[in-house]
Ligand binder design. Structure first.
Ligand SMILES: CC(C)(COP(=O)(O)OP(=O)(O)OC[C@H]1O[C@@H](n2cnc3c(N)ncnc32)[C@H](O)[C@@H]1OP(=O)(O)O)[C@@H](O)C(=O)NCCC(=O)NCCS
Length: 178
């Protein structure tokens, strides 16, 4: 198993991985939505606003994760983790946690101060995320499930409140995915 930064030659394979994994877990329609979202992230985001990683096994991509910039008025270096997927037949073996820890460490070494995500607290609490409210940091769009708004500081034990509005990259600027 290898953990690597993704390459532009991986784009189609990564899109297919997200489509397949989310079709298996959430149904085909959601699989297509997340596959398309991931494709948009990879093709429409400026390099300085994007980190993406893959896990490979025998040169096949079996997992992938993306982080895109969240811009706050105070200029804090912040990213949003979304989406992440591990090939269905490789789930539950610790690979997802390894991929998240590896990639968050990479962001930290590159000066990122805080990471947010929007998902299941039962899973993300295993890799350092805590529930937060929008008093700590505003989400860029209206949250349909505020109980899934999560964050972690990469520089201290807890996130200092960040004043003001946040802005996501274009691929996430869609109320239907929040
Ligand atoms: C969520 C996902 C990335 C986790 O990767 P993984 O390799 O399967 O997870 P790991 O083996 O590292 O960790 C599994 C642990 O997390 C828990 N877990 C995994 N998925 C979970 C979920 N959806 N909800 C709650 N807990 C979850 C397991 O109970 C397990 O805990 P344990 O080790 O204490 O038994 C992967 O299962 C996946 O791709 N799922 C479908 C797509 C998805 O939901 N993506 C995340 C939203 S963007």
């Amino acid at each position: 198993m290898e953990l690597l930064t993704y390459k532009s030659s991986n784009i189609e394979e990564i899109k297919q991985l997200f489509t397949n994994v989310f079709s298996d877990s959430e149904g085909q329609a959601e699989g297509v939505v997340i596959g398309d979202l991931t494709y948009d992230i990879m093709t429409s985001t400026d390099a300085q606003d994007l980190y993406g990683f893959v896990v490979t096994e025998n040169e096949q991509i079996i997992g992938s994760i993306f982080f895109t910039r969240l811009t706050f008025q105070n200029g804090v270096n912040a990213f949003l983790l979304s989406p992440v997927a591990i090939h269905t037949s490789y789930q539950g073996k610790g690979i997802g946690q390894k991929l998240i820890n590896f990639s968050i460490n990479h962001l930290k070494e590159n000066g990122v101060k805080v990471v947010f995500t929007y998902g299941d607290p039962a899973f993300y609490s295993k890799v350092g995320f805590n529930l937060i409210t929008e008093k700590i940091a505003k989400a860029p769009l209206k949250l349909t499930q505020p109980e899934g708004w999560l964050g972690q500081s990469l520089v201290s034990d807890k996130i200092e409140p960040i004043v003001g509005t946040s802005y996501c990259v274009e691929a996430f600027n869609n109320p239907e995915i929040w």
